[in-house]
Design a binder for this molecule. Sequence first.
Ligand SMILES: Nc1ncnc2c1ncn2[C@@H]1O[C@H](COP(=O)(O)OP(=O)(O)OP(=O)(O)O)[C@@H](O)[C@H]1O
Ligand SMILES: [Mg+2]
Length: 358
Amino acid sequence: MAISRLLIEHFRNLSAVDLEFDPGFNFLVGNNGSGKTSLLEAIFYLGHGRSFKSAVTNRIISYDQPHFTLHGKIQDKQHQWSIGLQKLRQGSTLMKINGEDAKKISDLAHLLPMQIITPEGLTLLNGGPSYRRAFLDWGLFHHHQGFYRVWSNLNRLLKQRNAALQQINDYSQLLIWDIELVDLANQVTKWRKKYVETLKPEIEKMCQLFLPELEISVSFSQGWDRNTDYTTILQTNFERDRSVGYTFSGPQKADFKFKANGLPVEDVLSRGQLKLLMCALRLAQGEHLMQEKERHCIFLIDDFASELDQYKRALLAERLQQNGSQVFVTAITQEQLQEMRSKNNRTFSVKQGDIQVI
Ligand SMILES: Nc1ncnc2c1ncn2[C@@H]1O[C@H](COP(=O)(O)OP(=O)(O)OP(=O)(O)O)[C@@H](O)[C@H]1O
Ligand SMILES: [Mg+2]
């Protein structure tokens, strides 16, 4: 999967951009504030219907403009798609796939699996459990066709249950929700466990490559006591759930933790090591998808040169080349990209929102 062409209109400081990309490496070089991250953000937006930087769409639309528009041509070995997304300042969204209206963001997300390696992405390791659940659920979304529906139903049901908890005083009134909730929770948890099991060897292999000096271990917790079934948990927690006003235990509390030599990674690793671990996890997940589903991820790598030494940069580039992914890398100077150059690459100069091939 690769983006062959991208048109951008009124997205941050990118007022009108039309670019053809290499199916391999694409380097974006420019000064601070020139628009490098904005380009990655636009690509990410096209595949997720949201930004990795800002939750408020109106901050992304160029100042004084009524909307932004993104239009991409996507290619794999056999197929080509044309996808479009427009966001209006007053809130509405228009999406098209091959000229037809698309209803759901998940349709775009299925077409464009992406891995993002940015400084903000360190929350995967030092942020709350929701970031790690999102990491797992990204995998499940791309591996299981039915996952999105089950996951959406689970979240909807949890919201309804939490609202009901504030109004009722007898557990029997919740039973009707809990029968379905237990089914969905068990299904999501079964998928998550299986996914962790199959991903674990990939993660270990990649950590061995990027952080050979450390023994990295991973562990999954499902969000409730693993020796007790979820039905019993919901029943016995009822009074507590009622007093706090939400469902305390469940798949919405699952976590996927990492330790280095037996200690939490966020406490003992340097920033560079955390960045390397993040690279290892993202690569492991991307390669796993490729092996299982023969689908390539697009890698977005922002502000990357800082904090990684040249050997590690070369190592990452080598790995990405081997797996044949399309990659976008930003840097302030070309020298910072020296170790990442390969046969297939294109370099763009970014200057005050204007992007040109060098
Ligand atoms: N809604 C908007 N409309 C117009 N310009 C914006 C908007 N939001 C942000 N900007 C500006 O867009 C520019 C591009 O920012 P961006 O983060 O892409 O820069 P960058 O090249 O990644 O810089 P750095 O090297 O510092 O990370 C900045 O000058 C920023 O102030
Ligand atoms: Mg930037």
